[in-house]
Design a binder for this molecule. Sequence first.
Ligand code: ATP
Length: 579
Amino acid sequence: MRTVLRQLGQYKRDTFFCIGLTTLEVIMEILLPFITAIIIDEGLEKANLSVVYRYGALMIVMAFCSLIFGAAAGKFAASASSGFAANLRESIYSNIQTFSFSNIDKFSVPGLVTRMTTDITNVQNAFMMVIRIAVRSPLSFVFSFIMCLIISPKLSLTFLLAVVFLIVVLGSIMVVTMKIFNQVFRKYDDLNASVQENISAIRVVKAFVREDYENRKFSKASSNLYRMFVKAEGLLAFNSPAMMTAVYFCIIMISWLGSHFIVAGDMSSGNLTSLFSYVMSLLMSLMMLSVVVVMISMSMASIRRISEVLEETPDLHNPERPVMEVADGSIDFDHVSFSYKHGSGKSVLTDINLHIKAGETIGVIGGTGAGKSSLVNLICRLYDVDEGAVKVGGLDVRQYDMEALREQVSVVLQKNTLFSGTILDNLRWGNPNATEEECVAACQAACADEFIDRFPDGYHTRIERGGANVSGGQKQRLCIARALLKKPKVLILDDSTSAVDTATDAKIRAAFAQRIPGTTKIIIAQRISSVEHADRILVLDNGRIDGFDTHEHLLETNAIYREIYDSQVQGGGDFDQPA
Ligand SMILES: Nc1ncnc2c1ncn2[C@@H]1O[C@H](COP(=O)(O)OP(=O)(O)OP(=O)(O)O)[C@@H](O)[C@H]1O
C-alpha cells in the first residue's frame, strides 16, 4: 500500500486541497439545518422578519459556499486521482523496462498488461472515492450525530437503534459482496489473459478454424463473470430497502416522540425540523460509507498486484566497475549449469564445457527443448548461470556492463518482432546512427534488399505493429539486418532463418562469411543444411553436449546427428527428440 501511495508524488497537494475543501463543504452542509431551526424558532414563530432575512441571507451564502467548496473539491479529486494513475502507469512502465527475462517470466506479459490497465483504473476510481466520499461520509456522520445530541439527547437514542440496524444489515451485505468481488477480479485477470492471447493469435485461431471453440470458451468465462456480478450487485441492491426502513423508522419515531416533546414544551418545532435533516444526513453517510468500503476492498487486490510490480527488482545487475569493451568474439562455457527460476526448477543445461574461437561459425542443433535457446541466451546475459561461468572475449559476462555486452553480442531471438514505423526506423533499432547506405548494406547481407526493393516505398515502407504486413521469412531477414547493424563481435541467430527458403539461407551464410569474417557466428537451426558448413557443430541433447565437431566427423561419430541427417535427407520433417 505504501509503495503505491508513494506514487502520488506532486499530486499530494491536490489531494490535501480536496480533503480540506470537502471538510469545509460538509461543515457548511451541517450548519444549514441549524440555521433553519433559528429561522423557524426566532423568525417565523416570533414573527420577526428581520431574523428571517438575516439568517435567510446567511443560509444563501453558506449554501453557495458549500457548492463552491464541493465543485472545487471535485476538481482537485479528479486531478489528484488521474495524476496518481498517470504516475503509477509511468513508474510501472519504467520498472518493467529494467526487468530481466526472468522477471518477465514471473509476471507473464498479459499479467503485466492487466496491471497497467484494469488494475490502475480500479485504483484510480477507488482513490477518487476515498478522498471525496470516504472523507465526507465519516465527517458528515460525526457532525450530524453531534448536532442531534445537542438538539435532543433523548431523541438521539431512537436513531441510534436505526444506526445499529443499518450497521448490521449493511455490514453483512458488505462482507458477502466483498468476497464475491474479490473472486470477480481474479476471474477478470483470467479473462483479460485469454482475450489478449486469442486476439494476438487471431490468425492462428482462424487458420485452425477455432473461432467457434474460442467463442464458446470466451462466452463461458464471460457468463461466469456475469453471474458473479449479478449476485454481488443483487445483494448490494438490498442496501436501499434497508436504508429506507431505517429512514421511515426514524421519521415515525421522531414525529411521534418529537410531537410529544413539543406539546410538553421540551423542544421547539424549528429544532424538530433540523433534527429530521440531521438524521437523514447521518443515515445517508452511513450508506455511502458502506459503498466506499466495498469499492476500497475491490481495489485492494489491484493495489497488491500493482505493488508487486513496483517492488520487483531486476535480478540481473551491472557490476560495480563494469567493463565496457568486449576484446574479441571468443566464447567459453566453463562447467555451466542453468535452470529457469520460474520454470519447473529442472536443470535445463548441465555441466556445459565449450570453447569457441573468435571468428568461428558454430552450428547448434538438437531436438525441441534440448536447451539450444537457453544456451545462447546466457552468452548475452539474458539470464545468469546457476553454476560455472560464461565468458566472452575472455571475461565473465557478469563483469561487463550489460548494455555494452548486448551491443557487442547481437542476438536475433527466436520470437523476434518488428515495431510500427518504416523499415529504416526498424533497422535503426540496431544502430540509431546508421546511415541509409549502412542500412542497405546490412539488408544486402541478410538478403532483405531483394524484397524491400520491390516495395513501392522501398526502405520507407511502413511496417504495421508486430510486422503484420511482411511475411515470416521477410520479417526474419529484416531482424537479421537489424542485428548486423550493431557490427557485433558475436552474432547469434536463434532459428532465425527457419522461414527462409534454403537457397536464400545459403546466400545469407555466404554473405556472412564474406562481409563479417571476424564476427563469431552461432547459428541455431533445425535444418542440417543451415549448419553443415559451419566450422563446428554443437549437438545438444537434454541440456547436455552430445557432440561438438565438424559435419563430417559428427556423421561418423554422433548417433543423434546422423539420425537428424538421415531423417532430413530421406525427406522427413524437423527432428524431434524421442520422448
Ligand atoms: N522462459 C522459460 N521459463 C521456464 N522454462 C523455460 C523457459 N524457456 C524455456 N524453458 C524450458 O527450458 C527447456 C529448454 O528450452 P529451450 O527453449 O532452450 O529449448 P530449445 O532447444 O531452444 O527448443 P526449440 O528448438 O523448441 O526452440 C524446455 O524444457 C523449456 O520448457
